[in-house]
Write a protein that binds this ligand. Structure first.
Ligand SMILES: Cc1cc2nc3c(=O)[nH]c(=O)nc-3n(C[C@H](O)[C@H](O)[C@H](O)COP(=O)(O)OP(=O)(O)OC[C@H]3O[C@@H](n4cnc5c(N)ncnc54)[C@H](O)[C@@H]3O)c2cc1C
Length: 415
């Protein structure tokens, strides 16, 4: 039985002075903290288990994150139309207005990250330093691994709890009341798109790729096409950071270790390695450069997932039953709530974080409505990313059949 709060009556409205617990200080938890820190009457407790920010992978943020008009928000080759279909113009305008009211220090950071590539840990460090440096601090930090029990036990009446602990969310599967439904997967919808190996390397020349180049360099690869990220190849003036994926079967995935090098791949999966080497060989021919250091290879399933409930709305609806989540608004943010492959999740998490901070700022809103609005917004973001990811996956499937018209026709559904 979970511990009961001292007052387990559901909150009707947030009090004028509130304490927000943010569990997980990755990019999304940090942005949320920085946004909440600027609000009157809000104090934040930020919990993080890592001691240092060490993730150096290069990430890119979506331009819509810093859009200044409804038109530029929807200007995306893949899902611009979906944005128009899913969101109503006043909704988008409200989001833009929130962006424009953001503190200047934060807004300048977002704009600089959206210009190009940035190491993940430099986003994390900049946000973390900004929070610490602000005059009105209002943020208490705790370095600890939070458990579900800890999270429940620390809640006082009037608190808000935000779980931004990433894809293995601490609380996602605890947001549904039926005790039989609690447990792994109880509140998670998962769509497995495919299994891939992700190959990253540094290259000593400028190199970029588009769809034509992907095709030309894969002509002799009937299977295991090497697919580098378009517009995701970062050149820092002397070195290109290249990332590519190769689709593999579920059996191949099972037979691989989590992480390995190119020698292991050549020894154990020569067919996959040949395709990769052929592609890289063509890059070298074209640009006369060399790989710097070793290739890094990881195998991952590409999953698209969402929390069916991104808040504690179900607990609140179940009425006063002694469970702490029946009395406390709980929200999932970032990878905790929605995850998508093909690398766009930070922007999605930042979008939801801005929306959530905007809701918490409206202290006159009934809590129930706050939860409903957040659920609806998360659902719309989910629809958008679901459609986007399925389109990318479908395009990728077609690309992989380009040399086999019959296989390609089987994948087309026209009328
Ligand atoms: C190879 C690769 C490339 C990527 N490239 C991009 C890209 O270009 N663009 C993009 O948008 N996204 C990209 N992503 C995805 C992106 O990294 C994630 O979407 C993002 O990190 C999610 O942020 P988050 O804050 O929600 O969660 P996380 O970054 O996972 O942060 C969660 C935090 O919570 C902490 N935590 C977890 N559990 C607990 C606990 N019990 N107690 C205390 N603390 C806890 C963790 O230590 C961590 O700091 C990429 C991912 C990968 C793997």
């Amino acid at each position: 039985m979970p511990p009961a709060t001292s007052d387990s009556a559901a909150l009707e409205r947030l009090p004028s002075d509130i304490r927000v617990h943010v569990v997980g200080a990755g990019p999304v938890g940090l942005l949320l903290t920085a946004l909440l820190q600027s609000l009157e009457g809000v104090s934040v407790r930020l919990y993080e288990k890592r001691r240092e920010y060490t993730r150096t992978r290069m990430v890119t943020l979506a331009p819509y994150l810093v859009a200044d008009s409804v038109e530029s928000y929807g200007a995306d080759a893949i899902d611009g139309d979906s944005v128009g279909a899913i969101f109503d113009p006043p909704e988008l305008e409200q989001g833009l207005a929130f962006r424009q009211s953001m503190p200047a220090d934060l807004s300048a950071m977002l704009k600089s990250w959206a210009l190009g590539f940035c190491p993940l840990n430099s986003i994390e460090r900049s946000l973390s330093d900004l929070i610490d440096a602000r005059e009105r601090n209002g943020v208490q930090r705790a370095g600890a691994v939070m458990t579900v029990e800890d999270a429940m036990a620390m809640l006082q009446p009037g608190d808000v709890l935000i779980d931004s602990t990433g894809s293995r969310s601490l609380l996602r599967d605890h947001l549904v009341p039926a005790s039989s439904a609690e447990g792994e997967g109880a509140n998670t919808l998962k769509v497995r798109l495919e299994y891939v190996i992700v190959i990253t390397f540094l290259y000593g020349q400028k190199y970029d790729c588009n769809e034509y180049c992907k095709y030309a360099k894969n002509i002799e690869n009937p299977h295991y096409k090497f697919i580098p990220m378009v517009h995701r190849t970062h050149y820092d003036g002397s070195v290109s950071h290249v990332t590519g994926i190769v689709n593999i079967s579920a059996d191949e995935y099972e037979a691989m270790p989590t992480r390995f090098d190119s020698k292991w791949l050549r020894d154990n999966f020569p067919g996959v390695a040949e395709s990769m080497d052929r592609f890289i060989g063509k890059i070298k021919e074209e640009t006369e450069g060399e790989i710097l250091g070793e290739l890094e290879i990881v195998r991952i399933p590409l999953d698209l997932y969402r929390a069916r409930n991104a808040t504690s709305r179900q607990w609140l609806a179940a009425g006063s039953n002694g469970h702490p989540f029946a009395a406390t608004p709980v929200f999932l943010a970032g990878d905790s709530a929605i995850g998508s492959p093909y690398f766009q999740s930070i922007s999605l998490g930042f979008e939801c974080a801005m929306y959530l901070a905007g809701l918490i700022a409206q202290r006159e809103l009934p809590v129930e409505e706050m939860l409903d609005r957040y659920e609806l917004y998360s659902y719309k973001q989910w629809l958008r990313v679901y459609m986007r990811s399925k389109t990318i996956k479908h395009n990728k499937d077609l690309f992989e059949s380009l040399d086999d018209p019959l296989a390609m026709l089987e994948k087309l559904h026209i009328y």
